[in-house]
Ligand binder design. Structure first.
Ligand code: ACO
Length: 426
């Protein structure tokens, strides 16, 4: 099938092309629908709308498949590092050993923060959520790097994407510590990406901290598994803002804010809060499942359900394994409660019928908590992981000659035309 005819009352309205993706998924190309028929499509929440064609990430939600640039995530998580995947997402190919070393050095060499950004973070009230702090600071970063363009800044300086990848972990750590113990730990060029971040988060002022190898491995894996996920909400926000040709820093700031909501990245914080609530209430998982099923109760099982996956989210499966490796021997009440909740939910008709499974956020917070992160930092960790995806998707959109400013329509259901009523007559 390469064309579909749209008919109304026995009359052909228009013939539209069928676009077929690499993996056989098909879409109606309706770019000229309104011009030809006067009709638009109405698709709340975009459940049936592909907004872009993209060569970055393939997801098949029915079969639980996720690949970056063709490589299955389970292979990447086993063999790759987070920075190697950043390179892959951006460039489309895995780096050679020499190119990877150069890339790692580039990121390390651009990590330090300008004084102004540090002061700005300190000025934001400590009670502000670190996601909002991060978004505020990223939004103004452009002023510190005027002219830092797509591939290189002025006089061969770093590109915007390098600045963001290198500095976001430093900003993230300082967004937390500036509001708590006020200890600033500078980035170290002798540490890898994850171990450097752990050092900035947890090292005391006088040093002497060494992150456990198991924590470094778990954090690398988690960052990698969050690195991209197609046209999810925050990536769509980045593309939407970027489509106006606003600067990249503004688009990424929008992505951070979009990610912060509890139905998206903010769910990882809410999962652990929910598990703690279950434990505090005596560990009765079944009563929470019943609440989630009750249509009169707004409560949902956090970390369950996904727009795309109606099967097990492959990332959740891998993260669950990491959580078990890290915590099983020690006997962790949060993990035990999560495992029990999962088993009971997956046996329940309500969840079976709707294809509701644990998503990426269900087990990640348990690992972050075990590493020692406060729950307010969980979504920040998601943002660090998702940054390379935002950058690659933004670049793909900017470079696409067919990409236009994004401007959905609506179907007006308000009053028909009526005349103005002077204030004294109302
Ligand atoms: N708990 C209870 N019921 C749920 C859940 C849940 N976690 N998720 C979906 N449902 C039910 C809905 O109530 C609805 O039932 P109905 O058909 O009887 O009305 C049905 O399943 C379909 O749910 P929708 O909300 O229509 O699905 P949608 O695709 O719009 O939403 C979402 C997906 C937002 C992720 C939803 O599953 C949810 O709220 N989950 C909890 C929050 C969460 O974990 N978010 C993180 C998602 S992953 C990420 O963004 C990184």
């Amino acid at each position: 099938m390469d064309r579909v005819t749209i008919r109304a009352q026995d009359e052909d309205l228009v013939e539209v092309p069928v676009i077929t993706g690499t993996e056989g998924e098909q879409a109606l190309g309706i770019a000229h629908l309104r011009k030809a028929t006067g009709l638009v499509t109405l698709d709340p929440g975009y459940g049936n709308t592909a907004e872009a064609s993209s060569a970055i990430t393939f997801i098949n939600g029915e079969d639980g498949i996720l690949r970056y640039r063709g490589y299955p995530v389970d292979q990447l998580v086993e063999h790759s590092s987070f920075l190697e995947v950043c390179f892959l997402l951006d460039q489309g190919e895995l780096p050679s050993p020499c190119r990877l070393t150069e890339f790692e050095q580039e990121i390390r060499g651009n990590a330090s923060l300008p004084e102004g950004l540090m002061t700005l973070l300190e000025a934001i009230p400590a009670s502000t959520h670190p996601m909002q702090k991060l978004a505020a600071v990223v939004a103004v970063m452009g002023s510190y790097y005027p002219g830092a363009g797509g591939s290189a800044g002025p006089e061969g300086g770093p590109a915007e994407s390098t600045i963001l990848l290198a500095k976001l972990p430093v900003l993230a750590a300082w967004s937390y510590r500036s509001g708590t113990d006020g200890v600033y730990i500078a980035p170290r060029s002798d540490l890898g990406y994850a171990s450097n971040f752990l050092n900035m988060m947890f090292a005391p002022q006088d040093g002497g901290f060494e992150a456990p190898e198991a924590h470094i491995r778990a954090l690398e894996a988690l960052l990698l598994l969050h690195a991209d996920h197609g046209q999810n909400l925050s990536t769509s926000a980045v593309r939407l803002v970027g489509s106006s040709r606003a600067e990249l820093f503004s688009a990424i700031s929008a992505g951070i804010l979009a990610l912060s909501g509890p139905l998206h990245g903010g769910a990882n914080q809410r999962v652990v809060e929910m598990l703690e609530e279950i434990l505090a209430a005596g560990g009765d998982t079944r009563s929470f499942i019943e609440r989630a099923k009750d249509r009169s109760d707004p409560f949902r099982l956090m970390g369950f359900g996904h727009r795309v996956y109606k099967n097990y989210d492959p990332r959740a499966e891998l993260i669950k394994q990491h959580a078990k490796d890290l915590l099983r021997e020690r006997g962790n009440p949060l993990l035990e409660t999560a495992l029990r909740l999962e088993t009971e939910a997956l046996e329940d008709e309500f969840f079976i019928q709707r294809g509701i499974y644990p998503n990426v956020d269900f087990y990640s917070g348990i690992i972050y908590r075990a590493i020692g992160f406060p729950s307010k930092m969980f979504t920040v960790l998601f943002a660090l992981g998702r940054l390379p995806g935002w950058l690659a998707q933004w670049r793909e959109m900017i470079d696409d000659p067919y990409s236009r400013i994004k401007r959905p329509r609506s179907i007006y259901l308000g009053f028909p035309r009526r005349d103005f009523v002077p204030i004294e007559e109302r």
